[in-house]
Design a protein around this ligand. Structure first.
Ligand SMILES: [Zn+2]
Length: 364
């Protein structure tokens, strides 16, 4: 071998051309969450990732195909779609209490005006703080998709039908892309949530004073955690920070709505055959930093065997019976609440056949 006896086989992901370990170590050294942007032909994936020695932990994420939920009909893989994906992830990050991240573009080249930076602009416009220089962003007209609309206008009808068949299939006139872009901005999401789930109840779980030393002196903020739910399968959890309690609560409520999830419920315990959606259908685990919570199916009538914070969230979700175990610093409301919420999220990820689900009384 031409390499001689000192040849060392590189790490697997280096050989596969997936990870630049040098760059990764530098990024991890900042000890801040990373805004990870990865772009494929059809859509972008934007995530907020924390380093942990056991493996990266994704705190929150957004993918292009989710934009359809907010009324965006355009292409998810172009600059407009990628920007919106970044925006959605930014909003979700804020809702999860993350307000600062550093950009991680992996092995992509940092080309001015490219999609990577469209995603970055989306996240920054959503309110996430990410160090950057503004010169790197694509032009606003391109983000709004005006160049696409103009191009479509320059074509005759036959050509347009050919080149924009997917747009037309989804019922979007390419010329309306800029208008649809505005609609796709997930800021609309709150109104959509309010419209779809009208009887949401709010519950303030925790109000805390947090202090931070800043070069201009001490900064004191209220941090509020709010859960929202309709007591029938929908629940959300959010944090808000502000100088006064009122605005902090309003932010937290908005964020909780951004974070709303549909909860899988059923009649999971073999001892119970009522068939109603009153408990969690499977045993699931949720974790946040030091706290971990197990939720287990319980027969009807058992009630919510869990701490008060958990009770509030489960009640709002419309779960009436559950057994639980919790480990770690469970008296920290934020962490306990997040752990319970994460456990509820995992419910939808459990793979089961339609038949089994039916047996357990699960409709979703
Ligand atoms: Zn039952």
């Amino acid at each position: 071998m031409a390499h001689g006896s000192n040849y060392k086989v590189a790490f697997r992901r280096r050989r596969e051309g997936k990870t630049d370990y040098g760059a990764r170590i530098k990024l991890i050294d900042y000890e801040k969450p990373r805004l990870v942007v990865r772009i494929s032909n059809n859509q972008a994936t934007v995530q907020i990732v924390d380093y942990s020695p056991e493996g990266d932990i994704t705190r929150t994420s957004a993918v292009g195909k989710q934009l359809a939920d907010y009324g965006y009909l355009g292409n998810t893989g172009n600059i407009t779609g990628v920007y919106l994906t970044g925006y959605l992830c930014g909003k979700r990050a804020l809702a999860a209490g993350i307000d600062y991240a550093i950009l991680d573009i992996g092995l992509r080249s940092p080309i001015k005006g490219s999609k990577i930076f469209a995603a970055l602009k989306g996240a920054v416009d959503a309110g996430l703080e990410v160090p950057h220089g503004d010169f790197i962003f694509p032009e606003d007209e391109r983000i709004r998709g005006e160049h696409i609309a103009n191009y479509a206008e320059s074509l005759d009808d036959d050509e347009k039908a050919k080149k924009f068949s997917k747009y037309l299939e989804r019922g979007l006139e390419p010329a309306d892309l800029p208008a649809n872009f505005e609609k796709g901005l997930p800021i609309m999401e709150l109104e959509i949530v309010d419209a779809l789930i009208p009887d949401l109840e709010e519950e303030v779980m925790d109000v805390n004073l947090v202090q931070r030393m800043h070069k201009s002196g001490r900064k004191v903020n209220f941090r509020v955690i709010v859960a929202v739910g309709n007591k029938d399968g929908y629940v959300g959890l959010g944090q808000g920070k502000a100088k006064e309690v009122g605005p902090a609560i309003r932010k937290a409520v908005d964020n909780a709505k951004y974070n709303i999830i549909k909860v899988r419920r059923g009649c999971g315990d073999w001892g119970c055959v009522c068939g109603r959606e009153h408990t969690v259908p499977f045993k699931v685990q949720g974790k946040t930093s030091s706290v971990s919570v197990n939720l287990m199916p319980a027969p009807a009538g058992v009630g919510l065997v869990i701490g008060d914070v958990g009770k509030t969230i489960l009640k709002l979700a419309g779960i009436h019976d559950v057994w639980s175990q919790s480990f770690g610093q469970t008296q920290t409301t934020v962490n306990f609440a997040n752990a319970v919420f994460n456990a509820l999220k995992t419910l939808s990820e459990v793979k089961a056949t339609q038949e089994d689900l039916k047996k357990m009384g699960v409709n979703y």
